[in-house]
Design a protein around this ligand. Structure first.
Ligand SMILES: Cc1cc2nc3c(=O)[nH]c(=O)nc-3n(C[C@H](O)[C@H](O)[C@H](O)COP(=O)(O)OP(=O)(O)OC[C@H]3O[C@@H](n4cnc5c(N)ncnc54)[C@H](O)[C@@H]3O)c2cc1C
Length: 548
């Protein structure tokens, strides 16, 4: 392509939800000329996701704004407990206690094993997170954010993609297009890419048409009359529901599944409030902020994540039932994965074949994560509240105790998932080196740190109080553990001689137990903090290990 016809943008992103914004940040931080269009005028005013998983928080830390994310939502001392009730103002059945955001910052420094991490999860609403992400993307000079602008169509050529924008005049050119345009993705449909997996799964709860109500209530905490929680669930013969606390003051979002005899069209605001009061088992002051309807029961992954110069990421590429809180988090990892690869092809002369590894790595990850979410949806959605659960009798009390035990076990399974959040692996990827050791087993509740190529680099706290991850560069990192700790600078300087042109950050570290985590002298860590290779001697062609 000659200079005159050089595209105005290197990457165009359709969709300014969390995934499109995260991709814009990854690209913008690498100086890639990026256009992001979003049809709505602003980020979403609806709460949507409530959980940012620990791995996503580690990515926000890598980008330098984890603390800003953690400061959003609930007050710093607000517990993020998950509570199960018959009705919110009646019997409490079970409570799984989890730390406040202030305690999470301290706690993470003392945890090991499965929870050896730079960050713990943050339980807060997506609408606040999107605002932080938009602010971060807006700071980047090479990123052009256009909210209130729709991708109306596109056409691919060998050397780029022509985009029709609305509003917009002449078509705009970009070298690559990424559809981060959500569940109903027009980009996916225009490419003729269908879904694989299951949809329309029916369960009495978390499998069917759901109604959501975002509201304020100044007296709800008093009406509930229990210590505050982040997530509230109700189980009774009439209606099951869940509710998240949004700001710890007076804002909440309530979700309930419609029964088969309830017509969503016939449910006006008063009827929706009545449903809430039924699950509360009392009345409270309530002003409705917004309402919406959504479908639970998807386990869907797109047939392909790429067609020529166009990629899919986030909900455009996979659709979850939100149990486990994995949809947006899986999408963020798509953006992280694709971001460094596109930048490497555009900026570092990496071969275009590097981009094939996006689908090879992220599609199996989406199948894995949607499968885990489905298991949680079955576990909670198929739990039938027994008859007599609300009776004020000793029999009722015994039923509540049994239900509480069952629900507490479920809570621990759904909300303690280090294996899911840290354990995604890219074994078999064309850019992951083969190793002679077998990777650890995949389990939701257990994460076994391992530097076998293909998984997240193991985390460690260093004697100076810093995180090993903070020593990694923004691009590739070569971590060296010299045979005899302490290492000193000499061996690394030697190892790195002549590698400056590859823009690999050299890192050395000393900490108790680090050699168990990184048993080889050298470990090559990708920009997304995934181990690419490890060995005792640096190979001649490191570039091949980096980009394939
Ligand atoms: C009740 C509920 C609870 C949830 N809880 C969690 C949770 O706790 N954790 C979790 O990880 N996930 C959760 N999710 C899922 C999460 O909300 C989604 O996975 C997430 O929003 C996907 O982000 P995205 O950026 O891919 O798509 P979206 O957020 O849908 O953003 C897509 C954007 O693209 C725009 N767009 C569409 N078409 C065009 C076009 N042609 N041109 C320009 N712009 C366009 C849309 O307007 C939208 O702004 C939950 C979902 C629901 C419904």
């Amino acid at each position: 392509m000659d200079k005159a016809s050089e595209p105005a943008f290197e990457v165009a992103i359709a969709g300014g939800g969390p995934v499109g914004l995260m991709l814009a940040i990854e690209l913008g931080r690498r100086g890639v000329r990026t256009l992001l269009v979003n049809d709505r005028p602003d980020t979403s005013p609806h709460p949507q996701a409530n959980a940012t998983q620990a791995r996503t928080m580690e990515h926000y830390r890598r980008l330098g704004f984890a603390d800003r994310i953690r400061a959003t939502g609930l007050p710093p001392d607000y517990p993020t407990d998950i509570c199960y009730f018959t009705r919110y103002a009646r019997h409490e059945l079970a409570r799984f206690a989890l730390p406040s955001s202030r305690d999470a910052r301290v706690l993470v420094r003392n945890l090991g094993g499965s929870w050896s991490a730079a960050e713990l999860p943050h339980r807060g609403s997506q609408m606040f997170i999107e605002r932080v992400l938009r602010g971060e993307a807006a700071k980047l000079p090479s990123v052009n954010l256009r909210y209130g602008c729709r991708l109306a169509g596109f056409e691919q050529a060998d050397d780029g993609v022509m985009l029709q924008l609305d509003p917009g005049g002449e078509p705009v050119r970009a070298q690559w297009l990424v559809g981060c345009d959500g569940a109903r993705s027009g980009v996916r449909r225009a490419l003729g890419i269908g879904w694989t997996g299951e949809t329309g799964i029916r369960r009495d709860f978390m499998g069917g048409r759901m109604m959501a109500m975002h509201f304020r209530s100044p007296d709800l905490y008093a009406v509930i009359g229990r210590p505050p929680a982040w997530m509230y669930w109700t189980f009774n013969a009439g209606r099951r529901s869940f509710m998240a606390a949004i700001d710890g003051v007076d804002a909440f979002v309530f979700h309930t599944q419609l029964r088969s005899d309830e017509d969503p069209e016939a449910i006006d605001d008063e009827a929706l409030k009545a449903m809430f009061f039924e699950t509360l088992g009392a009345r409270c002051e309530l002003s409705l902020l917004s309402r919406s309807s959504w479908l639970a029961g998807h386990v869907l992954v797109a047939e392909r994540l790429r067609e020529g110069r166009v990629f899919l990421a986030g909900d455009a590429a996979h659709l979850f039932t939100p149990t486990g809180g994995l949809g947006y988090n899986t999408g963020v990892e798509d953006a992280v994965n694709l971001g460094w690869k596109l930048a490497a092809v555009l900026r570092e002369g990496a071969p275009a074949s590097l981009l094939d590894s996006y689908e090879a790595e992220r599609r199996p990850a989406a199948i894995r994560n949607t499968g885990y979410a489905r298991g949680f949806a079955d576990s909670i959605g198929l739990f039938v509240p027994p008859e007599g659960l609300e009776d004020e009798t000793s029999q009722g009390e015994a039923l509540r105790r049994q239900a509480g035990e069952r629900l507490l076990a479920h809570a621990k399974a759904e909300f303690n998932i280090p294996g899911i959040t840290f354990g995604t692996r890219y074994d078999g990827s064309p850019i992951v080196a083969r190793d002679d050791e077998a990777p650890p087993p995949d389990r939701a509740d257990v994460y076994q740190p391992s530097s076998i190529p293909g998984g997240r680099a193991p985390h460690a706290w260093l004697p100076d109080g810093g995180s090993l991850f903070d020593r990694f560069g923004f691009g590739f990192t070569l971590l060296e553990l010299a045979p005899d700790e302490p290492a000193g600078d000499a061996p690394l300087a030697q190892g790195m001689a002549g590698l400056a042109h590859l823009r690999i950050t050299p890192a050395q570290a000393r900490a108790a137990g680090l050699r168990d985590l990184y048993p080889r002298r050298f470990t090559l860590i990708r920009p997304d903090q995934v181990v690419a290779w490890r060995g005792e001697r640096l190979p001649g062609d490191l570039r091949r290990l980096m980009f394939g």
